[in-house]
Design a protein around this ligand. Structure first.
Ligand code: ADP
Ligand code: MG
Length: 250
């Protein structure tokens, strides 16, 4: 339900050797949000996502999803509970077709409901077709995924993430390597998933025009710590945020 806390992070810490990649991070998301985490390269954005999805283990701190303490849970268990992510590093099986990639993702989630007497080719056909339509990949359905354009690969990653039917979606640089038009289309899709399906979404992005155009709340990370948070306008006016990040970009 909108207005309920879906994600709560308390004093999260993660170090790699002597480097504090996540530093005492407190963070909260309400159901229905479309928000962004920004910060310079190496600020700890991907590490934060990795911690939230179980790919890294926190040194200390707690993570609650829908009130359930998921700190130290493995990735597959977190996915099953309703969190998905599209990776900065690709999650795609390059030799399978676009269709097969999406279908695999759906089947992985539906494992228990597979009926032995259903022909394999029919499994998840409707859901797969639907997700390909939503993400604008219907025409590329039979193409081998490795041959897709960069923009289509990103869309396929999104479709794969949606295959697990998440309630909370993390997108790590969803428009990296895209043309202006592809970026626009992808972010419009992200907005539709948020508005029409009610998916709660947190994304990272380098392009400030994209961040300010789509995120309703921003959190600025610097050297692993949150240094500013608020509406895009509030963050734009925040001196600390300007100094470490926005100023550098201008
Ligand atoms: P961002 O996504 O904001 O660019 P990252 O979370 O990728 O930043 O990285 C934060 C810091 O942690 C960087 O200094 C990076 O080199 C370091 N780091 C990230 N992952 C690892 C890892 N697996 N092992 C060692 N250092 C890492
Ligand atoms: Mg990153």
């Amino acid at each position: 339900m909108a207005g309920e806390v879906i994600l709560e992070v308390e004093s999260l810490n993660k170090a790699f050797g002597g480097l504090q990649a996540t530093h005492d991070v407190d963070y909260e998301m309400m159901t229905g949000e479309l928000s962004a985490i920004i910060g310079p390269n190496g600020a700890g954005k991907s590490t934060f996502f990795n911690l939230l999805t179980g790919y890294h283990t926190a040194d200390s701190g707690k993570i609650f999803f829908k009130g359930i303490n998921i700190t130290h849970w493995p990735p597959h268990k977190i996915t099953r509970l309703g969190i998905a992510r599209a990776f900065q590093v690709s999650n795609i099986y390059p030799r399978l077709t676009t269709y097969e990639n999406v279908r695999q993702a759906i089947l992985a989630q539906q494992k228990k409901t597979i009926n032995l007497f259903t022909p394999a080719s029919r499994l998840a056909r409707r859901e797969t077709t639907e997700l390909l339509e939503i993400t604008g990949l219907s025409e590329q359905s039979d193409m081998v995924a490795g041959n897709l354009s960069q923009g289509d690969k990103k869309r396929l990653e999104l479709a794969i993430a949606l295959g697990s039917r998440p309630e909370l979606l993390f997108l790590d640089e969803p428009t990296a390597g895209m043309s202006g038009e592809e970026t626009h289309d992808t972010m419009e899709l992200v907005k539709r998933l948020n508005r029409e399906i009610g998916l709660t979404i947190l994304f990272t992005e380098h392009d400030m025009s994209v961040v300010f155009g789509y995120a309703r709340r921003l959190t600025v990370l610097h050297q692993g710590a949150v240094i500013a948070e608020g509406t895009p306008e509030e963050v734009r006016d925040n001196e600390e945020a300007q100094r470490v990040y926005l100023g550098e970009e201008a």
